[in-house]
Design a protein. Structure first.
Length: 398
């Protein structure tokens, strides 16, 4: 397996989730990602549950296909070794608190002197600038401060954290995008640059609709359950045996009329409160109970068949096991198995980026700590076994 980023070399100092997710995206697309870990523990995600045979499936899920090298950056020989490696790579990635790499003498200014083409991606909670730059931030902190938890949940209820780590994941995706953009620009200028991605910034970016509504109306958005703020019906409804999600599109002729006829409520067609999408949203409190009562009369599968027949966007509200079993997921090869040394065969989500000529994909399992130290030093620096042994004796590597 090669991929569109074949030939791109990355030194990845990131840990836990935001940074490793970013480098995973690039690894799936063909980059050679060398995970630089601190001995003797390495990435603390290696100890994160769930564990199978003592191995973290969490760590496996975001570090698959990478190589691991264990270097002590506080050791003078280890620091010098890292500086030599930087001259041979395209990208350095880290997600430490701002100032950490500078304290080690390994900030962007230092690294770029030895490699002017270097792209340096720094992912952090609040970015490299601003009054909060040194504050610690984990996923839920970014979600809480960025506003998404305030609009998630049921009306009148307490704040709810979305079911995935959107603070970390959004920052990881934007970091990967930044790296790709910088690689593209380097083709023209021949120069690298620093990428500064903040988790908080990313939360604001993905809440574009909420901020647009706030600045347009002056009203502070709040939680509205599964509803859409400006389209109705556009939400999850209970059925006889589960839930279904519906999304009436804007401007599709006769869609509302077909929907009303299908659910056995043709009388709603002539109710002027519900003539248009904006009117249905305005009167959703009156409309929603009517639709809930109608939708409970059939099973999810029955409704899906009927709505599919009239071209209405819909789908079952699946749990994780049901989503994993979808024929569409299988057809798109979105779950692939890797063979791990101790976990055994384990399914992982594949890359969703489908390329016609240079496809990417999961390249293998996660590495053991320092598994590829000798290999990487041979490949990138041409070091002999004797030179590597001396580095190990000096405590620079393990």
């Amino acid at each position: 397996m090669s991929g569109p980023l074949e030939g791109v070399r990355i030194l990845d100092l990131t840990w836990v989730l935001a940074g490793p997710f970013a480098s995973m995206v690039l690894c799936d697309l063909g980059a050679d990602v060398v995970k630089v870990e601190r001995p003797p523990i390495g990435d603390v995600a290696r100890m994160t549950a769930p564990l199978v045979n003592g191995e973290s499936c969490y760590f496996l899920s975001v570090n698959r296909g990478k190589r691991s090298i264990a270097i002590d950056l506080k050791n003078e020989a280890g620091r010098d070794l890292f500086l030599r490696l930087v001259k041979r790579v395209d990208v350095v990635m880290e997600n430490f608190t701002p100032g950490t790499m500078e304290a080690l003498g390994l900030g962007y200014d230092v690294l770029s002197q030895g490699n002017p083409r270097l792209i340096y991606a720094a992912t952090s909670g609040f970015g490299q600038t601003g009054p909060d730059r040194l504050r610690p931030a984990l996923d839920i902190i970014a979600q809480g401060m960025g506003g998404i938890m305030s609009i998630t949940g049921e009306p009148g209820g307490p704040p709810v954290r979305p079911g995935t780590s959107l603070g970390d994941i959004a920052a990881g995706l934007f970091t990967a995008i930044g790296v790709l953009a910088a690689l593209h620009e380097r083709e023209r200028s021949g120069r690298g640059q620093m990428i500064d991605v903040a988790m908080l910034d990313c939360q604001l970016s993905i809440l574009e609709n909420a901020f647009a509504r706030y600045f347009a109306t002056g009203e502070v958005p709040g939680p509205i359950g599964t509803r859409h703020p400006v389209a109705t019906p556009f939400q999850a409804f209970p059925t006889r045996d589960g839930y279904i999600v519906l999304a009436l599109s804007w401007g599709v002729e006769n869609q509302w009329e077909l929907f009303c006829a299908t659910i056995g409520r043709p009388d709603l067609i002539d109710d002027h409160r519900f003539d248009t999408g904006p009117l249905r949203t305005e009167h959703h409190a009156e409309l929603e109970p009517i639709l809930i009562e109608a939708m409970k009369k059939k099973t999810t599968a029955e409704w899906v068949r009927e709505f599919d027949a009239i071209g209405l966007p819909c789908g079952p509200l699946n749990n994780v096991a049901q989503a994993a079993a979808l024929p569409q997921v299988k057809a798109r090869e979105m779950l692939v198995e890797v063979e791990h040394r101790r976990i055994g065969r384990f399914p992982l989500p594949n890359t969703p980026v489908k390329l016609s000529r240079t496809p990417g994909g999961v390249r293998g399992p996660s590495p053991d700590l320092g598994q590829h130290t000798d290999e990487v030093l041979h490949d990138l620096l041409g070091l002999s076994d004797e030179e590597i042994a001396r580095l190990r004796e000096a405590g620079a590597i393990v």
